[in-house]
Design a protein around this ligand. Structure first.
Ligand SMILES: Nc1ncnc2c1ncn2[C@@H]1O[C@H](COP(=O)(O)OS(=O)(=O)O)[C@@H](OP(=O)(O)O)[C@H]1O
Ligand SMILES: [Mg+2]
Ligand SMILES: [Mg+2]
Ligand SMILES: [Mg+2]
Length: 354
């Protein structure tokens, strides 16, 4: 049975829209020294921190009892060396939270001119994202900027939010400020929100007015090897692209892959671009994070697709902050998915034989 979640959907779309406005403005005004390097050598910008502050503020107001699994934490900002970043993040978050109410937004969500927050409040709210995850109950996942490297290059990135109930993703919202609205017109207008509620379909909404637009319902079409191509990572460290080449060859795919950062890959797939999102681990050790796949996987499923790991297992969102032992990701329309799994199996067997 599908949950109603109309209120959750409304709040999540509003939160993602505000965060997208913020990140787009950060990109246009990003200056040197507004990026930190995390322990795992990945970048994080003032945009990631302030977008997490904004979304967590709204979620905390609307759903005070719901825990949040968010990518970022405020430890580096609390350090003395974080003073300049901290100041900028407070400015950005407050400018976003205090902007005038849009259609369907509510002051009770901590929005509008009366809701400026103190530095301490904003650091604490960033740390509301520290939940460890688990198998039971409600929790939100938040990736304030997915594809931070794409964001810094001015390419694709996504603001990604999901609601998980008893380890099943029930609501997914992905904001893609740089994704063309019409894939057949890549230099046309950009900026979309993708949303799905389990059992209610997947939709593309315009980023500038997502709450009053009915949106476009998404469906993954049937593919043949001639019109199929792979959607894959830009960063070589994030996925084994040589493996993708072999799988494409086995499938008889002739078109070159589309490389794109972030869960924009899931969004693109759900509206019929590409046909397959294939992400194979580069080595042992890295565990995929739940916030990197939760909303995208539901959007693809609600567009009629199937999402599993490379062994055909369901992605398990109930194991904590990571997907645990899931190995890679295969997302595609139903018929294509079965063929891709077969090709993946064959390519893995070839590798072992070498
Ligand atoms: N080694 C390794 N393997 C697999 N995945 C990794 C790895 N390191 C990081 N990450 C995660 O990749 C997220 C970005 O994924 P993308 O699909 O955008 O990859 S790519 O940047 O296009 O290559 C990225 O998300 P963000 O940190 O939100 O950008 C990371 O969570
Ligand atoms: Mg990151
Ligand atoms: Mg991410
Ligand atoms: Mg991120």
């Amino acid at each position: 049975m599908s949950l109603n979640l109309a209120f959750e959907k409304q709040v999540a779309i509003a939160a993602v829209r505000r965060a997208c406005v913020l990140t787009a403005s950060v990109f246009n005004n990003l200056v040197k020294n507004e990026t930190l390097t995390k322990e795992d050598a990945s970048p994080v910008t003032v945009g990631d921190f302030s977008a997490q502050a904004v979304i967590n503020t709204i979620l905390n107001r609307a759903f005070p009892d719901d825990p949040i699994v968010g990518e970022e934490d405020a430890a580096d900002l609390r350090a003395e060396s974080g003073a300049a970043l901290r100041k900028r993040i407070v400015e950005l978050a407050n400018a976003t939270l205090t902007a005038k109410l849009e259609v369907e937004e509510k002051e009770e969500w901590g929005l509008g001119p009366n809701y400026s927050q103190t530095t301490e409040q904003l650091l604490d709210i960033i740390d509301r994202g520290n939940y460890g995850g688990g198998r039971t109950g409600r929790m939100w996942t938040l990736d304030p900027i997915d594809g931070t490297k794409g964001f810094l290059r001015g390419e694709q990135y996504a603001v990604c939010l999901s609601l998980i109930v008893d380890a099943q993703v029930e609501l997914g919202v992905i904001g893609c400020p740089n994704l063309p609205s019409d894939p057949s017109n890549p230099s046309g207008p950009r900026g979309n929100i993708f949303v799905a509620v389990r059992g209610q379909g997947a939709y593309q909404l315009p980023l500038h007015d997502p709450l009053s637009s009915p949106g476009t319902r998404l469906a993954i079409p049937a593919f043949t090897p001639e019109n199929l191509n792979l959607l894959e990572s830009v960063e070589k460290a994030h996925a084994k692209l040589s493996f993708n080449d072999r799988v494409a060859e086995l499938l008889g795919v002739t078109r070159p892959p589309t490389r794109m950062d972030s869960q924009a890959k899931y969004a693109a797939l759900s509206r019929g671009d590409g046909g397959v999102y294939l992400r194979m681990p580069t080595g042992v050790g890295y565990r995929e994070k739940i916030w990197d796949h939760a909303p995208g996987s539901l959007i693809v499923e609600e567009a009629g697709g199937v999402v599993t790991d490379s062994r055909g297992e369901r992605l398990d969102f109930g194991l904590g902050r990571t997907l645990g032992e899931n190995f890679g990701v295969v997302a595609a329309g139903k018929q294509t998915h079965a063929k891709v799994l077969e090709a993946v199996k064959k390519a893995l067997a070839e590798e072992k034989g070498q």
